[in-house]
Design a binder for this molecule. Structure first.
Ligand code: SAM
Length: 246
C-alpha cells in the first residue's frame, strides 16, 4: 500500500490538516483571492478535495463543483460538509493518476500540497496531463503546494501543533535525496497514546513545477507566492502555479 492510500493517516491527522481554522481560511480565500475568482457558473474540478474545505465555499459561490478524492472517508466528510452548508457538489471517488473527463471543466484545482505523491516522477507528470485533458480549451489549472524555496526558509525544528482537545501532534520534516523529496513524520498523542504516520512527497521549486506544467502542454504558466497572486519571491508563503490550456 502507498502511504496516501492509508485512510487512518487522513483521519487520525485530520485535526492538523483539516482544522476549523483552515476551513475558515479556505472560505476567505474563495471569497477574496484573485486566483480563485473564476467566471460565473464555472465548472471547477477540485482534484484531491479531502473533506471539502474548498468544495463548500466554491459551491456556495455558485461554481459547479466536482470534488475527486481517493479516500471514501474524506468524500463522506465532504458530503456531510456540503449538506451542513446547504450546497450541492458532485463528489467522486477516483485516483488522480487515472481520473480524466475530457474537456469537462473550466478550472482544475489541486491545493494544499496534494501533488507529487507518486514515487515515479512520470506518474506525477501524468496527473498534470490528466488535468490538461479534463480542461476545456482556455481552461485554467491551479496547483498550490509548499515550494522548495519556501520550505527552505523555515524547515529545521520539530513543530508541535495543539489540537485543542488535549491532543497534540509533533511534526518532523526530513529532506531526502538532495532536496528532491520531503518526508514528514507525525506523532499524534491523544489520551496518553501515541500514533505515527509519515508522508513522503516530491519537492518542487517554482522553476521545476512550472517546467512540468509546461511539459504537460499548458501555456501561460506563472508562479505566485500565494492565492492573492503576490510574486513568488522571498516573501512567498506558498507556491501557486497557474496555467492555461491553450
Ligand atoms: C493534503 S490533503 C488535501 C485535501 C484538500 N485539497 C484540502 O485543501 O484540504 C490530500 C488529499 O489527497 C487525497 N489523495 C491522496 N492520494 C490521492 C490520489 N492518488 N488520488 C486522489 N486523491 C488522493 C487524500 O485522500 C487527501 O484527501
Amino acid at each position: 500500500m502507498h502511504w496516501f492510500e492509508d485512510e487512518a493517516l487522513w483521519s487520525d491527522f485530520s485535526g492538523v490538516m483539516f482544522s476549523a481554522r483552515r476551513a475558515e481560511e479556505a472560505a476567505r480565500l474563495v471569497a477574496e483571492a484573485p486566483l480563485l475568482d473564476f467566471p460565473e457558473n464555472a465548472r471547477v474540478l477540485d482534484l484531491c478535495c479531502g473533506p471539502g474545505l474548498f468544495v463548500v465555499p466554491l459551491a456556495r459561490r455558485g461554481y459547479r463543483v466536482t470534488g475527486v478524492d481517493l479516500s471514501p472517508l474524506m468524500l463522506k466528510r465532504a458530503e456531510a460538509a456540503c449538506a451542513e452548508a446547504g450546497v450541492r457538489a458532485r463528489l467522486a471517488a477516483a485516483d488522480m493518476l487515472a481520473f480524466t473527463e475530457p474537456e469537462s471543466f473550466d478550472v482544475v484545482l489541486n491545493v494544499y500540497t496534494s501533488f507529487g505523491y507518486f514515487e515515479d516522477p512520470r506518474d506525477n507528470a501524468r496527473v498534470l496531463r490528466n488535468a490538461h485533458a479534463s480542461l476545456v480549451p482556455g481552461g485554467r489549472l491551479l496547483v498550490d503546494l509548499m515550494g522548495k524555496e519556501v520550505l527552505a526558509g523555515w524547515i529545521g525544528r520539530p513543530q508541535v501543533v495543539e489540537l485543542g482537545d488535549g491532543a497534540y501532534v509533533v511534526q518532523r520534516d526530513t529532506i531526502l535525496d538532495g532536496w528532491r523529496r520531503l518526508r514528514t513524520d507525525w506523532t499524534l498523542v491523544r489520551d496518553g497514546r501515541a500514533s505515527e504516520a509519515s508522508i513522503t512527497s516530491w519537492l518542487y521549486s517554482g522553476a521545476e513545477l512550472a517546467a512540468m506544467v509546461e511539459e504537460a502542454g499548458f501555456t501561460d504558466v506563472a508562479c505566485h507566492g500565494g492565492f492573492d497572486a503576490r510574486p513568488y519571491d522571498q516573501h512567498a508563503g506558498r507556491l501557486v502555479v497557474t496555467a492555461t490550456k491553450g
